[in-house]
Design a protein around this ligand. Sequence first.
Ligand SMILES: Cc1ncc(COP(=O)(O)O)c(C=O)c1O
Length: 389
Amino acid sequence: MADQNEYLPQPQGFATTAIHAFQDPEQWDSMAVVTPMVASTTFKHYDPENFKKYEYSRCGNPNRDVLENCLATLDNGKYGVCWSSGLGAATAVLNMFTVGDHIICGDDIYGSTNMLFRQVCSQFGLELTFAEANNIESAIKTNTKLIWVESLTNPTMKVFDIKSIAEIAHKNKILLAVDSTFVTPYFQRPLNFGADLVIHSISKYINGHTDVIMGVTITNNEGIYKKLKFLQTVMGIVPAPFDCYQVTRSIKTLALRMKQHMKNSLEVGQFLEKHPKVEKVLHPGLPSHPQHELFKKQSSGCSGMLSFYLKGGLAESKKFFDSLETFTLAGSLGGYESLVELPSLMSHDCIPEDQRRVLKITDNLVRMSVGLEDTEDLIKDLKKALEKV
Ligand SMILES: Cc1ncc(COP(=O)(O)O)c(C=O)c1O
């Protein structure tokens, strides 16, 4: 097990914030301890010009407000804006820019984000360059307005140095957005390292129960917040009140869940590293990861995410998946249940083949989201499946 002390210190008061922030029962007439679910789409006005706080639910809703404020605080930000999916969050961020603007995107990102950037950016006249970490500075042009990276990246688990990229971005008056979905605010807070925007697919760890699709953008910059809040209202990419209610409930256990995801994934990663049928494990929490030291400098732990290369190709991967019982073959990640998937044919099949080849997203690369089951059972399942490969 990696030495927890080598990481950044854990954020102070994280669980208390998740449980209580913006959820004071005294704000509700009923004094309900759990924020009441407000399904109403509309709210009564005093007169045509005046209303109490809410007017129409696309523009604002008590459940969404509570969640947005709480999530912003957890990421050490001032302003949170929730969206109907992680991709909805990315769509909104792209809409902050205009024809002729140039965007630099980290080379390894989730397949649908890649597709959004490649196919939709060009439709709206935005210029796009994919760049690996070392080439970000040289990709900057006079019209560059945004650098977008995932850190950790999906699915090859690369780490981008958030502080140094933020310095490069700001020197050139460019915004830095970090998709921090794989690490969560419990373990990584990109705003502390100079990022202007943090994005999460809430559908993953933040909700953690594989039953809500949602996204969030968090910032300390009032100008960015105002633009995003406007886009939220007029583009209508809003989450439902019930989903906000569910996620507000889920985040109360985020700290507990993440500690266990970290423990379980390290044990599973260590098991895989020693297995003769495994070529290589990519886990930022293991010393074998080439950016383990950088990862520890900007995070206080690792999640349940890892990828590994099986020895062999597609046939071996299929045999492995066929024999698993506790792990489920399914896209997505970050829930309490353990999932495996094959990025080349599932989450990243929409990425052009040449880009996949460069990123080494091959048919023997397995992405794994280690859940909260007992690790002995997970390892037993993997042992059995690897024997069949
Ligand atoms: C890193 C990352 N960002 C964004 C997304 C998109 O999120 P959503 O599925 O909520 O739209 C995903 C989905 O898998 C992801 O893995």
